[in-house]
Design a binder for this molecule. Structure first.
Ligand SMILES: Nc1ncnc2c1ncn2[C@@H]1O[C@H](COP(=O)(O)OP(=O)(O)OP(=O)(O)O)[C@@H](O)[C@H]1O
Ligand SMILES: [Mg+2]
Length: 351
């Protein structure tokens, strides 16, 4: 893929907040993070990937881009409207593949093809077996255009749309290097969605979305303590400002975290049972819910694989002249998708 020109501004519209990252690439490819923006969204702004409150999103974008000149952006498409599948096809040329892919997609994608945008990438060519592995991505046009339309309304220019799984992968590869002979698990846990992406020998070998995340923890605290959302959210994140947390809270967090870790483990077990890969080397967790250390240790305990938080600042450390380090405190794990998007360039082909 050709990648030249300036970096796009990464805009991640999540269900709980909008994150913006702007990366500058100097000579010799040295990168720095020259802007980080964060804007919380009110509850119920985006539900199951559907934008319910467009005004809140447009206002948030306008605020984040107030007096900002650079408006060419790379955006994240919600995983709720996307299907990713690894398929095996007979070996063929790229021209043949581009003709065949629609027919092939029909066999694998339960959406009406007239309503989806199909993208694909050849992962491996296995000449000896006359086969190749192809990563097939199908995204609902309407949900993508809903999102890009909001950006246009906020006077932004969307140039690229990408998915959580691949933006996190981009951050991992640029920050940690492409693993050789290792099997790496990337888990991104946001508010409403968890994405698992397993890389074997540097390419995607398995992806899965789990419709669960930090919201489930907040909701369980609300339910068990009969309190409001804001209060429950504050308790989950470590206190009500005075550092006071009811003693039941850690226990409730633990219960939901165990459920989530169990769902993740089922994906890992499925991968190990079906892929023929011997084992997993490392697990990296990102997304706002990665702030819960208990989640990392619950995943590590079940999988018996070393787990750590993915650090996006390894890709591009903040430029102290323009980014207040305090603005990133406790937010780095939430910045991962926006960072991955900010690595995309103005002049590249988007599939
Ligand atoms: N310190 C913290 N402790 C626990 N949870 C936290 C903390 N900080 C943020 N979170 C949780 O992280 C989640 C937000 O993460 P993130 O910004 O990655 O989600 P999002 O991108 O808005 O949502 P999604 O991508 O799922 O639509 C919320 O559920 C929030 O409660
Ligand atoms: Mg998110």
């Amino acid at each position: 893929m050709a990648s030249e020109g300036r970096n796009l501004v990464g805009v991640d519209i999540g269900s709980s907040s909008i994150k913006v990252c702007e990366v500058k690439e100097g000579r010799k490819g040295v990168r720095s993070l020259v802007r980080f923006g964060y804007h919380p969204l009110p509850p119920e702004t985006i539900v199951d990937g559907h934008i319910i409150n467009s005004n809140a999103v447009v206002e948030g974008l306008e605020k984040l881009f107030h007096k900002v000149k650079r408006r060419n952006v790379a955006m994240r498409a919600s995983g709720h409207s996307v299907i990713i599948k690894k398929i095996t096809m007979p070996l063929m040329t790229h021209a043949e593949l581009s003709e065949q892919i629609t027919w092939e997609a029909e066999q694998h994608i339960p959406f009406d093809l007239a309503e989806v945008h199909i993208d694909y990438q050849v992962l491996h060519e296995r000449g000896d077996q006359g086969q190749m592995d192809v990563l097939l991505v199908a995204a609902k046009r309407e949900e993508i255009s809903d999102l890009t339309n909001l950006a246009v309304e906020a006077r932004l220019k969307p140039m690229v749309v990408d998915l959580d799984a691949f933006t996190v992968q981009n951050v991992y590869e640029q920050g940690y290097g492409i693993p050789d002979g290792q099997t790496i698990v990337l888990i991104h846990v946001g508010a409403s969605l968890t994405t698992v992406n397993i890389l074997a020998d540097g390419t995607t070998a398995f992806t899965r979305d789990i419709a669960n995340g930090g919201n489930a923890i907040t909701e369980e605290i609300q339910r068990q303590l009969s309190i409001g959302r804001e209060e429950a959210e504050a308790y989950k994140c470590g206190g009500d400002g005075r550092g006071i947390v009811p003693r039941e809270v850690p226990e409730i967090i633990g219960q939901v975290v165990e459920q989530l870790a169990g769902e993740v483990q089922r994906s890992l077990d499925f991968f190990l049972a079906t892929s023929g890969e011997g084992g997993l080397s490392n697990i990296y967790v990102s997304g706002g819910t990665a702030q819960l250390r208990g989640l990392l240790s619950a995943i590590q305990e079940r999988s018996r694989v070393p787990v750590e938080a993915l650090d996006p600042l390894r890709v591009a450390p903040p430029d102290p002249k323009t980014v207040d380090p305090a603005s990133l405190t406790g937010r780095a794990s939430q910045a991962v998708v926006a960072m991955g998007l900010a690595l995309r360039k103005e002049r590249e082909r988007n599939g």
